[in-house]
Design a protein around this ligand. Sequence first.
Ligand SMILES: O=P(O)(O)OC[C@H]1O[C@](O)(CO)[C@@H](O)[C@@H]1O
Length: 551
Amino acid sequence: MNADGRTRLHQTPEWAALVKHREQLGEVRLREMFAADPGRGTGWTLRVGDLHVDYSKHLVTDETLALLQELAAATGVSGLRDAMFRGERINITEDRAVLHTALRAPRDAVIEVDGENVVPKVHAVLDKMAGFADRVRSGEWTGHTGRRIRNVVNIGIGGSDLGPAMAYEALRAFTDRSLTLRFVSNVDGADLHEAVRDLDPAETLFIIASKTFTTIETITNATSARSWLLDGLGGDEKAVAKHFVALSTNAEKVSGFGIDTANMFEFWDWVGGRYSFDSAIGLSLMIAIGPDRFREMLDGFHLVDEHFRTAPAESNVPLLMGLLGVWYGSFLGAQSHAVLPYSHYLSKFTAYLQQLDMESNGKSVDREGKPVQWQTGPVVWGTPGTNGQHAYYQLIHQGTKLIPADFIGFARPVDELSEELKAQHDLLMANFFAQTQALAFGKTPDEVRAEGVPEELVPHKTFRGDHPTTTILARELTPSVLGQLVALYEHKVFVQGAIWNIDSFDQWGVELGKVLAKRVEPALTEGADVPGLDPSTGALVAAYRELRGRR
Ligand SMILES: O=P(O)(O)OC[C@H]1O[C@](O)(CO)[C@@H](O)[C@@H]1O
């Protein structure tokens, strides 16, 4: 019990029941569970939209799931969810509503923030984006010299980069192949250099994406991009208006930078950075895939929003995925969670989820500001599956760590592949299924012996199994399916934050480094004294100056 009379999470009877259940359950053997319930493979699956979700290979029983559902009920997950959808200020430390779900609501929906229906504003910006995207795609929008735009460079970082960059890769097969899209995020000058070195400034549009328009990496890169453009076009400042647009909530800073606010696409403080690529932040993506495909993606998001909002607890997929993560992290000691897409197009999906999940749930005080006494968000990691198989899967199969994993795969390759390349898809997916099978059921010592393996090698060739996985399978990776997948993970993260009683929508943990970087920079450039610099960092700064040829 807190001083304020609230029972804390780890003191609730529902938590205690799970701790006890964990002890009583002992070792969970998936082979035994499937033997006892052969229907598990077909019965333990759910459907949301186009996503077929199999959770049969998890280290849980019916009782585990029931107890987890009781924990969700006791911690008020559905109440917080409804408050989010209603536009209440559930981001308590920033006193903001959390309404990314309004970004994909249909035109006739009504969602109020402080008594104002925000849906018309959302659609007005989407319409403005669509008008602009069409003009760029058709060639009607030209650069300063009258040439058609052929290159689009998005400059942004974190949520203003990862979402559109990931979705552009994911939906490449739906993009206008005559346009080149690049994404610049790193303040390392090499990033911008490599992005523009083969581009013609007369044909290049820069999209400066920053919610706050104060992020130092983005503003620095945007300033350098402006110099590159003006150098290439003879220095006429008027060129900026035709080659720079901004995506932001901060009109004042945008115009202070020199971008006409007529060329600004707005969003609002109730859209978190890592939840923003379906807002104006998606403009580069919309230019690449066109407004209609973008709308299909938003409809995919909305479909899962509605599922999360209305589906009963037992068949609510984001709720279930969130609960399974709580089980592994808080009760079985898992520290990380792998997301392994078997699709080259999803090569940036896990990197995108890292921000979504780790910036949201990487917290160690609860909503009341008290230190948590339970594990919160996992380390999220992974790369496309077959590549991972030849790198780190060894550790998942035979290492000492418990690593729950999500396997994401598709039944059909994209249409534009040649017949020969399409035929490779079955091999890709054979690996997909084989891995989850091997992870779950392993290979017993007797099975190894039966292959004639010498006794001394048997332990080395034995696979314990019982590595839990969720399999998410869809027909093909379309804009709608991508929207569904992202919304699924957004709400999974929400569920976990709600149970752990943390604010999943702030990110104070990134502030300190930003402040210190500003303080340290003059020491690197001018050798200025940094008040309070610790001895270790001070010595490193001195070594840097020497190596850089500055004394
Ligand atoms: O869009 P902005 O304001 O430039 O911020 C970029 C990113 O920086 C952060 O604030 C911190 O990394 C993220 O939450 C955000 O997505």
